[in-house]
Ligand binder design. Structure first.
Ligand SMILES: [Zn+2]
Length: 310
């Protein structure tokens, strides 16, 4: 360096740099300024990066935290919704099962009502079905009693009809199982006498006279009604004032027309239309059956289904 031809040889301090001329000093100041600016810029840049990084990282944290919070909120909301929906479903299930249980209990109670006993070709009167009877028949009647409650209901109905100027008579009510047995056996004997074998004779007799316990008259709730103007028990009774009055008012006293007219009804009851045969079930039951529009067999079947659905 000391041999550098560009450097002035004299005037330099030992161990130091040779003195600079003005141009060199200006260059040096420019260089220092440039370096300061460079450092400053560098520091600013570093600070900026750091700050940016902090902001960036911070915002990353914030975003992540916000996302996590949102996820938690959503999960909580979903969980609450699920719980609420499950609770609602359970509530609904409980309500509908409670309603079903109640309907079943009501149906079972109606079925257990002795006034609702079903007696027909397929269903005999239960062995343990017992009751008291009371007279309510006309002077021309053959079997002049009904179950006591049914007899009282008939007498009240008869009085109400009389108030309206209509006479209704009870022609045939309760028939004991013994009486029914005699009727059935006599009919069977007629066919046996004609040369039929026992089984055939009984089958043929059953088409005319119900076997014991299979007649609704055995349960004391069936009443064959007529009137002074028409004492025959046949379809002609439907043209009487008495029948018209019964169709309008009998339900209020607990009686229903048991074997209605029409192919559909007759297919259900398996009995040809009998306008004279009325069945006591009690006013509440009669109203329910009438409201349902169902034949007695159908109504009983509906109750059995409801009772079994609990
Ligand atoms: Zn009858």
């Amino acid at each position: 360096m000391s041999n550098d031809p560009r450097r002035p040889q004299g005037g330099h301090r030992p161990g130091g740099r040779p003195p600079m001329n003005a141009a060199q000093m200006r260059r040096r100041r420019r260089q220092r300024r440039a370096r300061r600016i460079f450092h400053l810029l560098t520091r600013l840049a570093v600070l900026g990066l750091v700050a940016g990084g902090v902001v960036f990282v911070g915002s990353r944290f914030q975003i992540q935290a916000a996302r996590a919070q949102q996820a938690r909120d959503e999960a909580a909301a979903a969980s609450a919704a699920a719980a609420s929906s499950a609770a609602a479903a359970l509530h609904e299930q409980a309500a509908s099962s409670a309603a079903r249980a109640q309907a079943a209990a009501e149906a079972a109670a109606i079925l257990a009502d002795p006034r609702m006993v079903l007696v027909n070709h397929d269903t005999p009167m239960p062995e343990d079905y017992t009751f008291d009877t009371k007279e309510c028949g006309s002077s021309l009647s053959i079997n002049d009693t009904l179950q006591t409650e049914a007899a009282d209901a008939f007498l009240a109905m008869q009085a109400a009809a009389a108030d309206d100027g209509v006479t209704v008579w009870m022609q045939s009510g309760y028939r004991s199982v013994e009486y029914q047995t005699t009727l059935y056996d006599n009919k069977t004997q007629q066919y046996l006498n004609q040369g039929y074998d026992e089984a055939t004779a009984r089958q043929m007799a059953a088409n005319v006279v119900n076997p014991p316990r299979y007649s609704e008259h055995n349960c004391g709730l069936a009443a064959d009604l007529n009137c002074p103007e028409y004492t025959t028990l046949d379809e002609g009774f439907e043209n009487t004032e008495a029948f018209a009055w019964l169709c309008e008012h009998a339900v209020d006293y607990g009686f229903i027309l048991r074997y209605p007219k029409g192919e559909q009804a007759e297919a259900v009851t398996e009995i040809t239309y009998e306008p004279w045969h009325w069945r006591y079930v009690g006013p509440e039951n009669a109203a329910r059956i009438q409201a349902s529009g169902l034949i007695f067999e159908e109504y009983i079947a509906q109750l059995q289904a409801a009772a079994a659905a609990a």
